[in-house]
Design a protein around this ligand. Structure first.
Ligand code: WT7
Length: 698
């Protein structure tokens, strides 16, 4: 088999085969003594009668077992997705075909010919049946000050906001940036875009002005929706000031809509519009734009292996259907449940499991504005008790932080409402899994480790759904969702058969939630995801398939790191550092961290200039990353070196840097391709000096 260039490149980039394999050995040994939990699913409906355990996905597929449904979903996806889409979504025009996909060219079309409006499916259909059901519980930063918003109220504010956008010249197809913390108005802004056919791009409110500007420019946004200030963990965040700084370099922006989160006044400029004041003048109804299934719904920027974040595009019907189905079946959401996903709407988790999935299912969804430790480490569980949360979906990094505190922070709150626990964003280690399952869930709630990506739209691998009472193996995503066929590929690009094997994780057929393109650069989409393994979607992750056929994610194979569940390309950090006039070259790698999962470690080469004070340069470098990307991206460690280890063709050998920074220099692997192998000793010596400096943070 001929290995194409992008694939072999990928393998060169791959986190060093040796450490990859030793990691896998670790995972395998963990299975020998694995603890298997047979989690009991709650099987009671609201009136106390026993319900069928097999998911009643839609009337024409009723009564089938999980296994039958999964088989149908992969063998006959048209029947599976077609029946579900017809029944679960409200269409203005029925679709002509279920799918028209060609994964090799990147043509991903689901439900062509169909027309619908996403906001109607998330709001109007529920208002017609139960207008006073609570749609959103806004768990504000200040505990005990939650605000409930009913479906009728959310529809009204969505329409008012939609009318405000239209009055300011935002039309179907226009892009709108949303730079807001989690709040009902942020959700209304997303749904208002959906209502009028505009495309939203939510930018996490922790990103810097420059990062925001880069996204606005790439998307050519016509408007920004923001708040005067944000409030998180008792601290005020100057959001409007950041937007002001960003839009200076964004001529496409004609209006900035400013919501008032605090009573403080912030400076206003000519293009600013006071959002609530304008909304009050508008009608509370707005006729929805009829959208084609494959019109854009939103884009969300995420990191890849280059310095340039990519605008991942999701469209209307397929995304919504996939978000709603996974929301119901992965978490076993039942009507009447209070669904608590504590993610920020700035990430895809917030899109699919705070907003679109739950609202499409008519759920009550929690908007969590605070932090896990504000005002104390009991915040999550106090919130669970006060709001009666039934499904709690969070990130391993928060769990790792909380397990360091006394169990009493958990135990003093009543968590009997909890039915399912979920984890997402990064591998969950055993200690965190056990604590979450046993301490938080009292050993009685299934804990689902959900694997997915911005690009997949919704959960692709998770322990649920499964046959009733099926085992859940700790810290393992385990089973593919309906319609998802994982494949593991070897170095030659061939699919690995059998079990107890590891390789590059791919998905072999399109599913309705998968990304359609990268905004403005379809070729990049094809090159990054579809070309490495022709005929497959390549995830960028490695995985192990256990002898029972379950999947375990082993981590990224590219230069993407995961800091507290936030994905970041090391190239983005390097680009920021390289702006420093005294720094000709840098290399950033990720190293393990017991709470954040991974942290960036920067190797920095300075210009030959004795006058440079190293600590001043490092301070400047920190500042550069904060202003160009975000504070969370600032490397934890900086090591000044004379040169970087390079191959004769000039490529930096990052695996050597990883070995040095993790004290694993006993086996450096093959260094014969290095241009000058003496660089290794040089860097190791610099690292030893660095480690022995008393003041140096390690
Ligand atoms: C990357 C995607 C999906 C929403 C949040 C992150 C890593 C995600 C898991 C998991 C191991 C995981 C992968 C993936 N990841 N979930 N359960 N176990 N790794 O979305 O920012 O697009 O990041 O996060 O490496 O590729 P994202």
């Amino acid at each position: 088999m001929v290995v194409n260039t992008s694939r072999s490149l990928l393998y060169t980039l791959c986190r060093e085969a040796v450490s990859f394999r030793s990691e896998l050995r670790f995972y395998k040994s963990a299975f020998v003594s694995r603890q298997v939990f047979h989690c009991q699913r709650r099987t009671y409906s609201a009136n106390g009668t026993k319900t069928s355990l097999s998911p009643n996905i839609c009337s024409s597929l009723a009564g089938r077992s999980y296994k039958e449904l999964y088989e149908l979903s992969v063998e006959d996806p048209d029947t599976f997705w077609g029946s579900i889409a017809k029944e679960r979504l409200l269409w203005n025009r029925p679709f002509d075909h279920v799918n028209n996909c060609d994964i090799s060219t990147g043509r991903i079309n689901w439900f062509p010919g169909g027309q619908l409006n996403v906001s109607v499916n998330c709001l109007d259909v529920h208002v017609a049946k139960h207008p006073n059901r609570v749609a959103l519980v806004w768990e504000r930063d200040e505990p005990g000050t939650e605000v409930n918003v009913t479906y009728r109220e959310l529809l009204e504010s969505t329409c008012r906001l939609a009318n405000t956008l239209k009055r300011h010249g935002i039309h179907r197809g226009d892009r709108v940036a949303i730079y807001m913390p989690v709040s009902p108005l942020a959700v209304a802004a997303m749904l208002a875009c959906a209502r009028i056919g505009a495309v939203h791009t939510v930018v996490f409110a922790g990103f810097s002005a420059e990062a925001l500007a880069g996204r606005i420019q790439d998307a050519q946004c016509k408007a920004v929706v923001t708040c005067n200030q944000g409030v998180r963990g008792g601290r005020v965040i100057e959001l409007k000031a950041t937007v002001d700084a960003a839009v200076k370099s964004c001529p496409s922006v004609r209006s900035v809509f400013v919501a008032q989160r605090t009573s403080n006044r912030v400076p206003m400029t000519g293009i600013d519009v006071l959002l609530e004041e304008e909304m009050a003048k508008e009608a509370a109804d707005c006729s929805p734009e009829v959208m084609d299934s494959e019109d854009m719904l939103f884009m969300l920027y995420t990191s890849g292996s280059t310095g340039q974040p990519k605008g991942i595009v999701h469209t209307q019907a397929g995304y919504l259907l996939y978000a709603s189905l996974t929301h119901q079946y992965v978490f076993d959401y039942r009507p009447g449940d209070v669904f608590g996903c504590v993610a920020d709407i700035g990430w895809v988790t917030g899109h699919s499991y705070v907003v679109y999935g739950p609202l499409c299912n008519g759920a009550t969804t929690v908007l969590f504005e605070s932090t896990p430790v504000y005002p104390d480490p009991g915040r999550y569980w106090e919130t669970v008790e006060r709001l009666g949360i039934n499904q709690f979906y969070g990130a391993p990094t928060a769990i790792r932080l909380l397990l360091k505190y006394e169990e009493s922070w958990v135990k003093k709150y009543d968590r009997s409402s909890l039915k399912t626990l979920g984890s997402v964003g990064e591998p969950i280690n055993h200690e965190a899994w056990e604590w979450f399952y046993n301490v938080v869930g009292d050993g009685r709630c299934p804990l689902v480790d959900t694997w997915w990506q911005t690009e997949t739209g919704g959960v692709c691998i998770a322990p649920r759904p499964a046959e009733d009472g099926a085992e859940i193996i700790p810290a393992m995503a385990m089973r593919p969702f309906f319609g998802v066929q994982p494949a593991l590929m070897d170095e030659t690009g061939a699919a690995i058969t059998g079990n107890d094997v590891s390789g590059a994780l791919c998905i072999s057929k399109p599913w309705p939630g998968m990304a359609r393109t990268i905004y403005g650069d379809h070729q990049r989409f094809v090159d990054a995801y579809l070309k490495p393994y022709p005929g497959y979607y390549f995830t960028g992750d490695g995985a192990y398939r256990s002898k029972d056929g379950y999947y375990q994610i082993t981590g990224r194979m590219d230069d993407v790191i995961n800091i507290s569940g936030h994905r970041l390309g090391t190239a983005e950090i390097e680009d920021a550092l390289d702006e420093h006039p005294g720094v000709p070259e840098t290399a950033v790698i990720g190293i393990p961290h017991d709470i954040k999962g991974e942290v960036p470690f920067a190797f920095v080469v300075l210009k030959e200039d004795d006058s440079l004070d190293h600590s001043v340069v490092i301070e400047d470098l920190r500042g550069l990353v904060a202003t160009k990307i975000a504070k969370y991206a600032i490397p934890d460690h900086f090591l000044i070196v004379k040169r970087l280890p390079k191959t004769r063709s000039g490529k930096i050998m990052r695996r050597i840097l990883r070995k040095v920074a993790t004290d694993e220099t006993s086996n450096l692997g093959d260094i014969s391709t290095l241009d000058d192998p003496s660089v290794v000793t040089e860097i190791m010596q610099a690292y030893t000096r660095f480690k022995n400096q008393p003041a140096q943070k390690r």
